[in-house]
Write a protein that binds this ligand. Structure first.
Ligand SMILES: C[S@@+](CC[C@H](N)C(=O)[O-])C[C@H]1O[C@@H](n2cnc3c(N)ncnc32)[C@H](O)[C@@H]1O
Length: 228
């Protein structure tokens, strides 16, 4: 499995809590070997993928279960957003009625309750895929320092699962995001949504973790699953 690494510095003044998600979208798009004319985006959020597409397309369908995110998503006569939960099989029956040539999902499927069922349902739509899924190497040192088990599945486990359903290429992306202070780092974790709102640490435990964390950067690990 190919592994690529990148290092960046976090710039607080830009308030870019989705800096890693934006990089992931860019990477996913760079892996395409054609320009799909109609697109489905599962877990579209506020539209990072839609905003990053720089070619003309006929239709873009974004699906998310957070109405607040859908409200922020760009909309136009060829961009449609619908409410949908990818943990719910009926979403995929509904999606079978729409037109799309390619299925994307960026930084969302790590929250699937039963990833195998979601893969199975995506497979049933029978289209090429570009999926990016956060994996257990995300916040690796942080979890070790706090003696927490990783919240996310490992890249290897996801790859194995997806091989049951897709003939795909895999790549692991590793990002390091450097911060000026631990305070900025922990604020980022809280606001970025990458932690899945896991509030397992008390105030005192968080304070201790902030003192003991040995790095000035956070680690992120993402598995790309791509089929053409
Ligand atoms: C980290 S954001 C990524 C958003 C966007 N794809 C991007 O690349 O910036 C994860 C998104 O997945 C959505 N999401 C999480 N679980 C979901 C589910 N079961 N069904 C639909 N959307 C879901 C969240 O609401 C959120 O918008």
């Amino acid at each position: 499995m190919k592994i690529s690494s990148e290092f960046s510095k976090y710039a607080l003044e830009y308030n870019t809590y989705n800096i890693i998600q934006k990089k992931v979208v860019k990477k996913l798009l760079s892996k395409l070997n054609y320009k799909p004319k109609s697109i489905l985006d599962l877990g579209c959020g506020s539209g990072a993928l839609c905003r990053a597409i720089d070619w003309k397309y006929d239709s873009f369908l974004g699906v998310d279960f957070a109405q607040g995110m859908l409200d922020l998503h760009p909309k136009s006569k060829n961009i449609k957003c619908i409410y949908g939960d990818f943990n719910d099989a009926s979403l995929f029956e509904n999606l079978a009625r729409y037109e799309y040539e390619h299925i994307f999902s960026a930084s969302s499927l790590q929250w699937a309750q039963d990833l195998e069922s979601v893969f199975k349902n995506i497979k049933s739509l029978n289209r090429p895929i570009s999926l990016a899924i956060f994996t257990s190497g995300t916040f690796e040192t942080l979890n070790k320092t706090a003696k927490l088990n990783p919240l996310l599945r490992s890249a290897g486990a996801i790859k194995k699962l997806s091989e049951k359903y897709f003939k795909a290429e895999f790549e692991v992306l590793k990002y390091k995001l450097e911060f000026e202070s631990t305070r900025d780092m922990f604020r980022y974790i809280k606001k970025s949504g990458v932690s899945g709102s896991r509030n397992v640490l008390t105030y005192r435990q968080t304070k201790k973790l902030m003192q003991e964390y040995p790095l000035n950067y956070l680690e992120f690990e993402i598995l790309l699953i791509i089929s053409h």
